[in-house]
Each structure stands twice: as C-alpha cells, then as structure tokens.
Design a binder for this molecule. Structure first.
Ligand code: NAI
Ligand code: MG
Length: 348
C-alpha cells in the first residue's frame, strides 16, 4: 500500500461541490490499485478573504509543502476582485512551487456534443508556460487620476524558462509519438517572441524524432477551430497558452470537462491539479456542476504520481460515462453532480 498526502482546496462556488466528488473517485480507484489517499482540507477561499482579509494564512505555502500533491476546485466570487483571488492564492502557489508547466489536455469525447460540425477525434495537449511571460509583476502605473495616466506591464521571458517548458513539451510529443506546434507572435512582439522562436528551434534541433512547426497565435486560434484534429502537443507562453486552452476546451464541447495540471516536472515541490473552469457562481449551490473536469484533473495527478494504470482506469470510466450518461445539464443532460459521480464510481 502506497500512501499519498493530498491537500484539498475546494475554494469557492462549485469548487466545493466538485472536489469532494473527485476525492471519492480517487478513493475508489485507489482501493483497486493499492493506493491510499490522506486528504487534508483547507478552506482557503474568497469567503475566507472576506472574513479574515487574506485568501490563505501567512504559513499557507509551508503547510502545502508537506503534501505530495494539491487538488484545487476554483477560487473567485462576486464581491472579491478576481485579481485578489488569483494573486492571493493560485499564482503564489504556482510560483513558490515552481510549477512551470501548465498541462491542459483537450479531447472531444464520443457522446459529447461540441459546437463544431466536425471535431470528433480531437486529442491534443496544451503545454503552457506557467511562471513567467506576460503574467509578470514588473511594471506599474503613473499619474493616476490625471489625463496623463498610464500603465506599463512588462513581459519576462528567460532562456531557462523557455528552455525547460519546451523540453517538457518535446518529451510529451515524443511519448505521444506525434508532433509539436509552438505558438508565437514574432511579427508583432519583436523582442520576446523572436527569442522564444530561437530557443524552440534550438531545442527541436536536438530532438529529430519529433516533427514540429511554429504558428502565429492568431492563425493558430483560427486553425484550432477549423482543424483541431491536426494538433497534438502545443507549447505556448503563459498568456497565449491560457487563451488557447480555453478556446480548445470550448471546441471540445464543455468547459466542465477540461482539466489542468500545474506541474513541477522536477518534483521538488507538490504539483497542483484543478479543473479549467472557475467557481461558476451562476450555478453554485444547485448541485448540478459537472464533476468531470476535477475528476480528469485527479487522473492527471495519478499519472504524475506514477500511477498511469490507475489514471487510465479513471479515463476509461469517464469515456464510458460520457457515451452512455448520465450527464449534467452543461452536457445537455438532467443529472446532478451526485448522480454523475455515483455512476462513475459504479463504472470503476
Ligand atoms: P466559470 O468557469 O466559473 O463559468 C463559466 C460558465 O461555465 C458559467 O456559465 C458556468 O456555469 C459554466 N461552468 C463552469 N464550470 C462548470 C461545470 N463544472 N459544470 C457546469 N457548468 C460549468 O468562469 P467565470 O464565470 O468567468 O468565472 C467565475 C469565477 O471563477 C470568477 O471569479 C473567476 O475569477 C473564477 N475563476 C477561477 C479559476 C480558477 O480558480 N482557476 C479559473 C477561472 C475562473
Ligand atoms: Mg484561464
């Protein structure tokens, strides 16, 4: 029996509904694979912010550090500005734990009606740089409240940062046996993106087993909609990867299914797994949130912990569930979170 300590941060809104569902799934699949999960719950959220003035306690990161992985729901709620919830919890965790890869698989599952006529068979992974790039704290605002007011936000691209994320994407493309696409915009961003392209080219030259190409982000966005099946692994900067992965999740039919892993590939720190979606205040408390995004995130966690057999069991159960139902309303069904979770547990 292998035991894992998992930190659970349900967060806000439907986060508190989908995380318990994923924990049940982990327990069930763990029982079949001789794995034990010890969950520690943390109530870090916008609710906590409203009560105590901070998303998490001052020693929050140290407490997380004692765990093998982190399972997160979503943070953000009306009344607390989104930059507070993001910069008060998610971004500090990603940076302190150097989770420099944001892994976002996208698949069009059989039985899931997508918005496109022909996207069936889409199976791709977006590898988003997660700690630098456009989401930087460098910059500032001057002359506030005057007609001369302005804001400057600097992007930060480092050789080390680009190299390691591109290498991760190359490993993944190699493993999947297909191809790599690099998202660029070197025609518009004349300093950072040519630098990005240069390093991509250098790294790819060392990996002749992977075929690769570079595409401008705007054209890539259009092609992802027109021909999503063509893509396998896409590597992108923080901002481009963020936008592209929500677009791809939309192409796949529901944001309720899409998962995301914030990974420290060197395993010095716990990695964090979460659904792509947010706290969905519009449906929170109704018991109808789709738990599958968080369940798939839990499968990514199993994979990261070295249990790809257990992860495959979860994915296979999801595939069958999506084909045969029951489904939550976001997928056109009428089932509750609990009903879908129960059906998944039965399949497992
Ligand atoms: P959202 O993802 O919460 O909701 C967008 C739409 O998708 C809503 O109509 C919602 O009902 C639906 N939806 C999302 N997840 C679903 C699920 N599992 N099942 C069924 N339907 C689902 O995005 P929105 O509305 O832009 O953001 C709401 C809050 O969440 C904001 O405060 C935002 O900052 C936060 N957020 C947090 C994230 C995180 O913690 N990583 C990521 C994205 C947003
Ligand atoms: Mg996003």
């Amino acid at each position: 029996m292998t035991t894992y300590r998992i930190a659970c941060i349900p967060g806000d809104g439907i986060g508190t509904e989908v995380v318990p569902a994923a924990c049940e799934v982990l327990e069930a699949v763990g029982a079949a694979h001789d794995l034990e999960f010890r969950f520690t719950g943390f109530d870090w959220s916008c609710e906590r912010f409203t009560r105590e003035g901070a998303m998490m306690p001052p020693d929050g990161l140290d407490r997380l550090r004692e765990h093998d992985a982190i399972l997160l729901g979503a943070v953000g709620y009306p009344g607390v500005p989104d930059h507070v919830s993001l910069w008060g919890l998610l971004i500090p965790i990603r940076r302190a734990f150097d989770q420099y890869v944001n892994l976002r698989p996208v698949r069009v599952f059989e039985g899931v009606p997508g918005p496109l006529r022909d996207a069936s068979g889409t199976d791709l992974v977006i590898v988003r740089e997660n700690t630098e790039g456009e989401y930087s704290e460098v910059g500032g605002r001057m002359f506030s409240g005057t007609p001369d007011e302005f804001a400057v936000q600097e992007s930060v691209f480092s050789r080390r940062g680009i190299t390691r994320v591109v290498d991760y994407a190359l490993d993944l493309a190699d493993e999947r046996g297909r191809s790599l696409t690099s998202a660029t915009k070197s025609n518009g961003l004349i300093h950072t993106m040519p630098f990005w392209d240069e390093i991509v080219e250098e790294r790819c030259a060392e990996r002749p087993s992977v075929s690769w190409e570079s595409e401008h982000i705007d054209a890539l966005a259009a092609k992802l909609v027109l021909d999503s099946r063509k893509y396998d692994v896409i590597v992108a900067s923080n901002l481009f990867g963020d936008i592209l992965s929500d677009l791809a999740a939309g192409v796949a039919g529901s944001i309720g299914i899409a998962p995301s892993g914030n990974i420290d590939p060197e395993r010095r720190n716990p990695s964090m797994f979460e659904p792509v979606h947010g706290s969905a205040p519009d449906i929170a408390g109704q018991g109808i949130a789709n738990p599958l995004g968080t369940v798939w995130a839990a499968a990514l966690m199993l994979d990261h912990l070295g249990h790809d057999d257990a992860a495959s069991d979860v994915i296979r159960a999801m595939e069958r569930l999506l084909t045969d139902g029951p489904r939550t309303p976001d997928l056109g069904g009428g089932a509750t979170t609990t009903e879908v979770t129960r059906a998944l547990l039965d399949l497992l």
